[in-house]
Design a binder for this molecule. Structure first.
Ligand code: SF4
Length: 95
């Protein structure tokens, strides 16, 4: 059996995303560069980005629900974190 890379495994995941309702609330006005940098480095799905003007951008689409941003920054950049409602969210198919 062929050993899959991380990218290959992630490519097998399915998402039933609630596109209109983010399960993570983020303070995009935050200017604390240290906090923002932590999230840019830690989020495995690259949901956090900084645009050309230096503003924090966030998209819950593609979130792997790992909870890393919650642990790192709840009460700072991350204002609220919940699992997606009902049957929405990521479905892992390779463990
Ligand atoms: S829960 Fe994980 S994948 Fe989702 S935004 Fe936070 S760090 Fe990224």
């Amino acid at each position: 059996m062929k050993k899959l890379s991380i990218d290959d495994k992630l490519g097998l995941d399915m998402f039933h995303t609630d596109e209109l309702n983010s399960h993570i609330q983020v303070n995009k006005e935050c200017k604390d560069q240290e906090e923002i940098r932590k999230l840019l480095l830690a989020c495995p799905a690259e949901c956090y980005k900084v645009d050309e003007a230096g503003n924090l951008q966030f998209s819950h689409l593609g979130c792997l629900e790992c909870g890393t941003c919650r642990v790192l920054s709840l009460g700072k950049v991350v204002e609220d974190w919940n699992y997606p409602m009902g049957t929405k969210g990521v479905f892992y198919r390779q463990g």
